[in-house]
Design a protein around this ligand. Structure first.
Ligand code: BG6
Length: 366
């Protein structure tokens, strides 16, 4: 049972620092600034020959796949994208011999992801798994992979498995990068950044009381936006997904840059926006967008880094600061407060946190 916690989701959120350490353990090579992922069953020459990465997963596993694709493009400069596994096989996908297919699944039993794996393998493609449950159907069908070591996850809304998926992608991206043009200095910098993350996740989780207050306000809205750009956009998508899954509020993710091309028409005092604003190369543009939202009376929750100047929007915004990490690794620390917001919104609305209506932990029939 969930012990002292009111729900498995809460227990699993708080387990994240320890489980994050577990997925990193023994897989970081500090000397050469690279990942050490033996289970991939790919040697340096084979890693070097990969020309594209296609990531397949469903729900949160798909959104974290988008974060993974951007890590791989950024660190290894290998073209990468994520696609819902549920769509993949229905469009007669082109399977290329020099593409690495990556199936992402907590349970390892999601039928859509399993059938996508089988489609790739039937056409002779190489597929690895980022899977939590050891010996699960997907784990048995792949050519290799990275076990997530998140421990059993019971709540439908994935937290610790998702975090470990992200960390597994980061190690994979570093390893793919280090057989290409990622320097040893950058490799070491990123490995140090990864090593710091479990403690930083703990710091974010320690802000739960403040996040709960913000969540109670958000829970009153019928409809809200989650916005972010580039690295921050999959964070916004995952945040919206969690929020709608367990609070049953309409939550829509948008690229911050696209607001002015449509959804700004919906911004009003009744429609809050949760904005992801890391201190990166886009911070000034993101802050300008916040001002447009504030000018229309839209309530703002800004997930950002300490020291970021939110300008005129600051007066109206609830601000959530997360610790700085290596810039490329920012998405995971930005994601953690969104889990806590969704959890406290659902709690204040009196919903069943672990078993949201109409949803199952793993969908094993088509
Ligand atoms: C969905 C669950 O049906 O399956 C989501 O409701 C989950 O929470 C998704 O992210 C994928 O599950 P898995 O086990 O393949 O990671």
């Amino acid at each position: 049972d969930a012990g002292e916690h009111d729900s498995f989701m809460h227990k699993e959120m708080l387990e994240q620092p320890a489980r994050a350490e577990a997925v990193l353990r023994g897989r970081l090579d500090e000397r050469f600034g690279t990942g050490h992922l033996g289970g991939l069953n790919l040697d340096a020459r084979e890693l070097r020959a990969i020309r594209r990465v296609k990531i397949l997963g469903c729900g949160s596993a798909y959104y974290v796949g988008e974060m993974g694709a951007s890590l791989i493009e950024e660190l290894a400069r290998v073209p990468a994208d994520a696609e819902p596994a549920s769509e993949f096989r229905y469009r007669n996908p082109i399977i290329e011999p020099d593409t690495l297919y990556v199936a992402v699944s907590q349970s390892g039993e999601t039928i859509d992801t399993l059938l996508a794996v089988q489609e790739v393998r039937r056409k002779g493609g190489r597929v690895i798994g980022l899977v939590n449950v050891v010996g699960s159907a997907i784990a048995r069908e792949v050519d290799g992979g990275i076990y997530l070591h998140a421990g059993p996850e019971v709540a439908v809304a994935s937290t610790k498995a998702l975090t470990n998926m992200y960390l597994a992608f980061a190690m994979l991206a570093i390893q793919l990068g280090r057989v290409r043009d990622l320097s040893i200095a950058d490799g070491r910098r990123l490995i140090a950044g990864l090593t710091a993350l479990p403690g930083q996740i703990e710091q974010v989780l320690a802000t739960e009381p403040q996040l709960a207050l913000v969540a109670h306000r958000l829970a009153e809205a019928e409809s809200l936006f989650f916005v972010g750009r580039v690295r921050g956009f999959p964070v916004a998508r995952e945040g919206a997904q969690k929020f709608k899954e367990i609070s049953y509020r309409h939550a829509e993710a948008y690229q911050t840059s696209e607001l002015k091309h449509g959804p700004l028409a919906l911004i009003s005092p009744q429609v809050p926006t949760v904005a992801i604003v890391p201190d990166d190369e886009l911070v000034e543009r993101n802050v300008a967008a916040l001002e447009q939202i504030a000018a229309r009376g839209g309530p703002l929750v800004v997930v950002t880094h300490e020291g970021v100047d939110l300008g005129d929007a600051a007066a109206k915004a609830d601000r959530i600061d997360v610790p700085r990490s290596e810039r490329e690794l920012d998405p995971i620390l930005l994601t953690i407060p969104l889990q806590v917001l969704a959890y406290h919104a659902a709690l204040s609305l009196g919903h069943d946190i672990d078993k949201p209506r109409n949803l199952a932990k793993s969908v094993t029939v088509e």
